[in-house]
Design a protein around this ligand. Structure first.
Ligand SMILES: Cc1ncc(COP(=O)(O)O)c(C=O)c1O
Length: 273
């Protein structure tokens, strides 16, 4: 693992480098990106930096300096060749009072590069009893306030599942803790709209562009009848779901397998699509 924090590559990536008064640490006032690294190169970095800027704007943080973030990415990746890796870019409110008010200090920017273990082509999911709030102030933003995802993922793990799936306040299918959901009904590929409160996943957008699919909101119960279900994300690519709660699905089904094929072809051709 290698870490670059506020303009400096750390000699010891695990050494303390962010103050206890950092607003990201005290109240989760920050945004982040997870970027896949393939053969030493970040995948879809421009889209990730665009989303980082959108998330920061959504929180009211100053716009991140994209050139500076790229310098951090180059420094962290330059320290070690990662055949398959993950970059974590974190941008927070910086030093602030201990409450929810922001301070006047500049934001904190950190880039960490680490090895990514391949996730495999299938997984299992459990739906969770807590809704995503599609009307909340943080809906659709990739903020560091991820404890809700931690709780949901632990709930799924207790049920032997690899990802937790949220509905939203309307009772519609929304997303996973770190993934977007696609499913197939009567041969049609579908995924929830961004209005569902799901994150505008980079992988979701790419798959819609590369393969197609209909964005539609429907009750989360659709997972109990859909012919195929799969997840997409930076760390999962296209991952077939073979069990959803108590329901077994044989997978990858034909549409999922086709998406996996298209994904692998396109990803290899376009490092920054
Ligand atoms: C809540 C949430 N939804 C969806 C995704 C998938 O987004 P991406 O494809 O950009 O990784 C993520 C990524 O970590 C996420 O945290």
């Amino acid at each position: 693992m290698h870490a670059w924090v506020n303009g400096r590559l750390l000699d010891d990536p695990a050494a303390p480098s962010v103050t206890v008064r950092d607003h990201g640490f005290t109240v989760g006032d920050g945004v982040f990106e997870a970027v896949k690294v393939v053969d030493g190169q970040p995948f879809a970095l421009t889209r990730h930096l665009d989303r980082l800027a959108r998330s920061a704007a959504g929180l009211g943080l100053p716009a991140p300096d994209a050139a500076e973030v790229r310098r951090g990415v180059d420094a962290a990746l330059g320290a070690e060749h990662l055949t398959l890796g993950r970059l974590r870019i974190t941008y927070t409110g910086g030093v602030a009072p201990l409450g929810s008010h922001r301070g006047d200090a500049p934001p904190t920017l950190a880039v960490v590069a680490d090895v990514l273990q391949p996730r495999g082509s299938t997984t299992t999911v459990a739906t969770v009893p807590w809704p995503r709030n599609e009307r909340g102030a943080l809906a659709g933003l990739k903020t560091t306030s991820y404890a809700e995802n931690v709780v949901a993922l632990a709930y799924a793990a207790e049920r032997g599942a690899g990802e937790a799936i949220f509905g939203n306040l309307a009772g519609h299918l929304c997303e996973g803790t770190g993934s977007n959901v696609f499913y197939v009904v009567d041969g049609e590929l579908r995924t929830p709209t961004l209005g569902s409160g799901c994150l505008a996943g980079v992988s979701r957008a790419l798959l819609l562009e590369w393969y197609g699919g209909r964005e539609v909101d429907e009750p989360i119960d659709v997972l109990s009848t859909a012919d195929e279900v799969f997840l997409v994300s930076t760390t999962r690519d296209v991952q077939a779901v073979t069990r959803c709660d108590d329901r077994e699905l044989t997978g990858p089904g034909p549409v999922t397998a086709d998406c996996q094929r298209v994904w692998a072809e396109r990803e290899a051709k376009h490092p920054d699509p």
